[in-house]
Ligand binder design. Structure first.
Ligand code: ADP
Length: 486
């Protein structure tokens, strides 16, 4: 099958959160499984285009219709491994991809409608743009969702799957805004709603999230529509994987590289030898004390309300009280949240056991995952969540709220019926201080008092299959269901 992903994010090129990881990891696995994959993404001027190799301008007279006029489309085609990447732009004077950040501008809806219109211009005559004929167009969240409406309205016969990574943002748009891209709104008031109304198949990034978004609480106003759609179009809840080559504890960024097979423990200690060395190096760089008897809890997150910010802060202080260490690596697009965490960072400047690192760095994230004994994810809602999966790969147990994909992937070591065989973390139901405390106290108690059990679980989580293998197959099954439906 030839699959085309249209996306606003792609890890190593332009990533804000999990969406970028998903498109990156899924497309690479799809190639491994014998498909060919092309990705269409805006050519953001600030992005890391050097990750894309063999980048060449495609000679084409392709034009996009926007604001009732035609504009030249520029396409640069390159490779990310075996995945074909199309970086696209136009000479429209609004400069849709010229900004510093991927999101956060008053014309965001128009910016991504322009990406949709350019994608349509390419996919209606792919050969003109040096793309092979394709079987399936995979859309991601509100940014590329309206593609299915545009294709349908223009009579282009394509099959689409729309994946819901997070329906909190929907790309609210008036009929006039849709009209800029020549799209009829069909009664929809957002890009996401229009995509839902017209996609040939749907997926959400976990089974539990698929259920949650069909409830009044989790549906963000789309629950009724979603309930109708799941009965009409092929739909699946498919949990994300991670790219195991990118998130690899044996790579050179890690101070003491290891793998699930090489993990070593000295008897009767919860701390594994390699992770102790990683912790020591991290502690040195960030002026923390190094004491392998103290477990390190890490939280790596976009600092937005969804992530349970007061619970993160509470957990930091409770970890210190319980004799552990805590590092938060995060960044926030919201000014007052940034200011709040800058103050917290300042107040902890001289702490030997806690650090707040404000900023975005994948290299640092890898070093922190490799040093961490636990990752904390106390989200109010979490469609899938990747940090618990990345943490497993680096031998860190999860401390997670039972919601969305966290519920589907974190198995409580005490309370799950299959705990002895499968437990990989400590979970809690209610997003309050008591809940997070319940997970933390049990975890730190096991670390101190039951090192044999801790060692067993570290070995288990680090060899757990968190790859894309299974989930990419699930997408293939969904594509086939969509293609077989006339
Ligand atoms: P979301 O998509 O809601 O941000 P996910 O858990 O699905 O949450 O994915 C978050 C991704 O972003 C993970 O790969 C995580 O490691 C990464 N990440 C988040 N914040 C940072 C940061 N400050 N520095 C480096 N990586 C980060």
């Amino acid at each position: 099958m030839h699959i085309v992903h249209i996306t606003s994010e792609l890890a190593t090129v332009a990533k804000v959160g999990g969406l970028g990881d998903v498109v990156f990891g899924l497309s690479r696995e799809q190639v491994k499984q014998g498909h060919s994959v092309s990705i269409i993404i805006g050519r953001y001027r600030h992005a890391e285009h050097k990750a894309v190799t063999d980048l060449r301008k495609v000679k084409t007279d392709c034009q996009v219709e926007f604001d009732g006029s035609k504009w030249d489309v520029t396409i640069e085609k390159g490779k990310l491994g075996e995945v074909e990447v199309f970086l696209v732009d136009t000479n429209h004077p609004e400069g849709f991809f010229a900004q510093e950040e991927v999101y956060g501008y008053s014309n965001d809806t128009s910016r991504f409608l322009c990406l949709v219109a350019i994608s349509y211009a390419i996919l209606k005559e792919p050969a003109k743009c040096k793309m092979r004929p394709f079987d399936m167009v995979h859309l991601h969240d509100w940014q590329s969702a309206p593609f299915s409406a545009l294709a349908k309205q223009k009579g282009l016969n394509v099959k689409t799957v729309l994946t819901l990574h997070n329906i909190e943002h929907q790309g609210q748009a008036s009929p006039e805004i849709f009209a800029r891209a020549g799209i009829d709104h069909e009664g929809a008031s957002s890009s996401l709603e229009l995509g839902l109304l017209t996609a040939s198949g749907l997926s959400a990034v976990s089974k539990t999230y698929l259920k949650e978004i069909q409830t009044a609480d989790g549906g963000r106003g789309l629950d009724r529509l979603l309930k109708e759609l799941v009965l009409k179009v092929p739909t699946k809840g498919i949990v994300n994987g991670i790219d195991e080559n990118f998130w690899d504890p044996s790579d050179k960024v890690v101070s003491a590289p290891f793998s699930s097979k090489t993990l070593k423990f000295t008897s009767a200690k919860s701390q594994c030898e390699q992770k102790a060395k990683c912790k020591q190096a991290f502690a040195k760089s960030y002026h923390l004390s190094f004491d392998p008897s103290k477990p390190l809890v890490a939280c790596i997150a976009r600092l937005v309300p969804q992530k349970g910010l007061d619970l993160i802060e509470h957990a930091l202080f409770q970890t210190l009280e319980l004799g552990g260490q805590f590092v938060l690596l995060g960044s926030s697009p919201i000014a007052h949240i940034s200011t709040h965490f800058q103050r917290l960072e300042q107040s902890l400047l001289y702490s030997q056991d806690a650090k707040v690192i404000l900023g975005y760095s994948e290299e640092l994230a890898k070093q922190l995952f490799s040093a961490a004994d636990m990752t904390l994810i106390p989200s109010l809602f979490e469609p899938c969540g990747l940090t618990q999966l990345i943490g497993f790969r680096y031998g860190a147990l999860a401390l997670a709220r039972e919601t969305g994909g966290l519920k589907d992937t974190v198995i409580d070591v005490d309370n799950h019926p299959l705990k002895d065989a499968l437990g990989n973390g400590f979970s809690f139901l209610y997003p309050d201080y008591q809940g997070v405390g319940y997970a933390l106290t049990r975890a730190l108690d096991m670390w101190k008092n039951n090192p044999k059990m801790w060692q067993k679980i570290v070995k288990r989580v680090s060899s757990q299959d968190v790859s894309w293998r299974h989930s990419a197959k699930e997408y293939e099954t969904l594509y086939k269901a969509v293609l077989s439906k006339s």
